[in-house]
Structures are given as structure tokens and as C-alpha cells.
Write a protein that binds this ligand. Structure first.
Ligand code: TXA
Ligand code: MG
Length: 315
């Protein structure tokens, strides 16, 4: 779908209503969530969902997350269970996505789930996203609002740079406070599984469940976890403490570097700064980006997941 001009809508009631009208009539709108900007479309509308894949250049085997306003709304689409209840009670609305079995007669476009018998759902905490979910009365399929494989967007400017002319509008809610995508937890087969680390720490999720999270398991994964992803134009080198050649150095903690994710060594602050820093460095078109080691606790796990993909060999 080619759109002449992508509108920037303001963070006002008028902006929310305009975004909701566009979504109800099958158009695509990028919305702020607390994690990253999502590229939203009506999850019941085949044409809208197909347009999401097209606008992102996303392979159609990679299913989307459905955003909902309430747990009651979730009951319409999924078969609920006790693990989902414990996690939803502790962390929704918030940066967590649950993968659950689809309920019969759910009414979602089959393109959303890429033919799987499970669906990923999330209640976002961001005020604007919640308002649009309420006003539009649409379940909203929304992947991150970036071209497939590129750095995720945490500002309206990032979305514009990647998708201008490919989507109807962007609702501008300023920078996203969490900065990395939601943690995806599979609760569809009796064993809670961490499918993607993200904005909710694994430690917190395990605390609420009272048991450890299993890995994705053989053959079961978030299909979107392609190895090369979040990729800036430059080659990325990890666990660096100094620059090599004319690399730019992205630091963590007290050190001499070009840009610092967190001078105080705080992994939550570093998560918020990660994608903006990669966008900033990428815009300078360096020969290489070197990144300091990041501890693997708390949101450090999500940061290292994204950095490992950014550094992976490209096809
Ligand atoms: O924070 C977020 O999660 C953001 C905001 C916009 O909500 N969304 C996001 O969507 O990161 P996306 O499409 O970039 O990543 C969704 C991930 C993909 O890796 C996809 O494969 C996985 O969710 N996924 C979706 N449905 C699934 C399912 N039924 N089973 C396993 N993984 C699934
Ligand atoms: Mg994404």
C-alpha cells in the first residue's frame, strides 16, 4: 500500500481519535508503546494485516503480536490458564507478551498467527496505546514499526525514517520509556518458556511464577528470532573496551567512548538508550561500531540478545 504522505498525529484526544478512525477503516498507524513503536493494524482485517507485512518487508511466516485493552478482551481470543493468570496479574499492562493457544471462533485474521495454533498477546501500558485500543475497539496486530531486520524505533522520527510513505500515520508520543521490546513468554504447553528476553526481566517473571522459565525448546521458538536482526549499516563488534581503527565505541559504565549507554552502569537505563544510540551511530555511517560488554542480569539479557543479533553475519 503506497501512501503519499505519512501524517504525524499529535499526542492529543484529536490525535487519538484520528488514529482510531484510520485503524477502524483498515489503514496502518504507528503507535507508541512503553517498549518500542508498533506498526498497528486491525487484527481481524486480512487486508490490514497483509499491509503490515508488506510495509515492513516482513516474511509472512513470522507471526505478529495482538495488542488488547484488557484481560477480558484476551479471553475472547485465547484459552487461558493459571500461569497466564499469575503473569498477567503481576505484569499487565506492561512490557510482557504471552503466547497462548488460540480459542475456536477467535475471529482474528489467520495472517496474524502465520498459521500457528497459538497467538501472542499483550496489554501495553503506554497511555496513548491504551487510549487507541479503547477508542478504536480493534484488537491491534503490531510488530515493531521498522523495516524488517533493521533497528527498532523508539521515537516517531525513527519510524518516519524507516516507513515514510508506507503507512497512513504515526501517533507521536515522544520517546519510549522502556526502549526494548516486550519479553515473550510461552504458556501454551504446561511449561513456561522464555521465547524472547525483553523489557520484563527473567528474574521478575520467574519470581511471579514461582518456578524457572524453560528455554524455547527444540523446534519451538519465536519464529521472528532470525539471527541477523536489529542491524545498523556498520559492522558491529561486541565486548570491546577500546576502538580499533576508526570504529565508534558505544560504552557502558565509566569509560572513554563516543556514546555511553549508562555512565552509572545501570542496565535498565542502558536498555532505554540502546536503540536511540544505535540509530545515532548508524546515521554517522561509521566503518564499525564497537560495543562495551554489558552484564547479563536484569534487562542486560535483552540488551545482549539484541546486540548479538546486530553483530551476527548478514545474508
Ligand atoms: O514490545 C513489543 O513486543 C513490540 C511492541 C510494538 O508491542 N512488538 C514487537 O513485535 O516486538 P515484533 O513483531 O517485532 O516481534 C514479535 C515476536 C516475533 O519474534 C514473533 O516471531 C513472535 O513475537 N511471535 C508472534 N506470535 C508468536 C507465536 N504464536 N509463537 C511464538 N512467537 C510468536
Ligand atoms: Mg521487531
Amino acid at each position: 500500500m503506497v501512501v503519499e504522505n505519512t501524517l504525524i498525529l499529535p499526542d492529543t484526544d484529536a490525535g487519538v481519535h484520528h488514529a482510531s478512525e484510520l485503524l477502524r477503516s483498515g489503514h496502518l498507524v504507528a503507535l507508541p508503546t512503553e517498549t518500542v513503536y508498533g506498526l498497528a493494524g486491525d487484527a481481524r482485517n486480512d487486508a490490514a494485516v497483509a499491509a503490515i507485512y508488506e510495509a515492513k518487508g516482513r516474511p509472512s511466516f513470522n507471526p505478529l503480536i495482538v495488542h488488547l485493552p484488557s484481560v477480558e478482551a484476551a479471553h475472547r481470543y485465547v484459552v487461558w490458564n493459571e500461569m497466564a493468570e499469575a503473569l498477567a496479574h503481576a505484569f499487565w499492562p506492561g512490557p510482557m507478551t504471552l503466547v497462548l493457544p488460540l480459542k475456536e471462533g477467535h475471529g482474528l485474521s489467520p495472517l496474524v498467527t502465520a498459521g500457528l495454533e497459538t497467538v501472542a498477546i499483550r496489554l501495553p501500558a503506554h497511555d496513548l496505546a491504551r487510549k487507541v485500543l479503547t477508542v478504536s475497539e480493534c484488537p491491534l496486530a503490531a510488530p515493531s514499526a521498522n523495516p524488517s531486520g533493521k533497528i527498532s524505533p523508539t521515537t516517531a522520527g525513527h519510524v518516519m525514517a524507516g516507513l515514510n510513505g508506507r503507512i497512513a500515520a504515526i501517533l507521536d508520543g515522544g520517546p519510549c520509556p522502556v526502549g526494548v521490546e516486550s519479553t515473550i513468554i510461552g504458556v501454551y504447553d504446561g511449561t513456561p518458556r522464555l521465547l524472547r528476553p525483553g523489557g520484563l526481566s527473567m528474574e521478575d517473571a520467574e519470581g511471579a511464577l514461582g518456578r524457572p522459565l524453560a528455554g524455547a525448546g527444540a523446534g519451538i521458538t519465536a519464529p521472528g528470532q532470525l539471527v541477523s536482526h536489529y542491524a545498523p549499516g556498520a559492522k558491529v563488534r561486541l565486548n570491546a573496551t577500546t576502538r580499533e581503527g576508526d570504529e565508534l565505541l558505544l560504552g557502558f559504565g565509566e569509560m572513554d567512548c563516543d556514546l555511553n549507554l549508562s555512565e552509572t552502569g545501570d542496565v535498565t537505563e542502558a536498555a532505554t538508550n540502546l536503540f536511540p544510540a544505535l540509530h545515532t551511530l548508524d546515521a554517522l555511517a561509521p566503518h564499525g561500531i564497537a560495543v562495551a560488554p554489558i552484564p547479563n542480569h536484569g534487562l542486560g539479557l535483552a540488551i545482549n540478545d539484541r546486540l548479538n543479533r546486530a553483530a551476527a553475519p548478514r545474508d
